[in-house]
Design a protein around this ligand. Sequence first.
Ligand code: GRF
Length: 222
Amino acid sequence: MSKARLRVGVLVSGSGSNLQALIDSCAAPDHPAEIVTVISNRPGVKALDRAKKAGIEAVTVDHKAYPDRESFDAEMQRALDAAGVEFICLAGFMRLLTTGFVEHWSRRMINIHPSLLPSFKGLNVQQRAIDAGARFSGCTVHFVTPEMDVGPIIQQAVVPIHQDDSAESLAARILEQEHRIYPASLRWIAEGRIRIEGERVLLDSATHPDTSLLNPAPEATR
Ligand code: GRF
């Protein structure tokens, strides 16, 4: 008998391109996770259409309809329980969650952030990385803890910052890598290959790159 797939709920607020990457990856017949619900705190966003198109339940829990964060999170919890969710992926979800909610989902909730954490937490991170003169940026998949953009790091991808980059061009370069690492991290978790030791995440049979990157690149020898 085949093993039950990990039941994943994805929380979104916008375009959902990371959701799409997760949907596409989970569509593989041997994938150990399935997305059972997508919940948005904003009505009418593209992420909800992506879920429907993939035949996945698409739920709106409009935060504006709730008097405070506690009652909003309680409704999110109800929707997640109703769908039998075992694990949460935040994918461009733009609401702060209460400590109670985060602790309930401790080690069972991950996020993707468009910087190399622990640098550049919060918002507007691409422009801030450019303004700080950083030569590299990237993205991070991490477990969610009550403090925003903090928590054990599962995987990162690095991209160079170009001298003529705008926040938009850098964001696009980073997003391409987000779509690689988010599905990969979820798969590792669903395969049971990830364990947390203190602040560190250890992956069974991890492969590490052995190349370094320089930016600006050394000039080609003539
Ligand atoms: C991504 O850059 C993600 O890292 C951040 O919000 C953005 C969401 O984009 N948390 P999308 O909705 O997945 O296209």
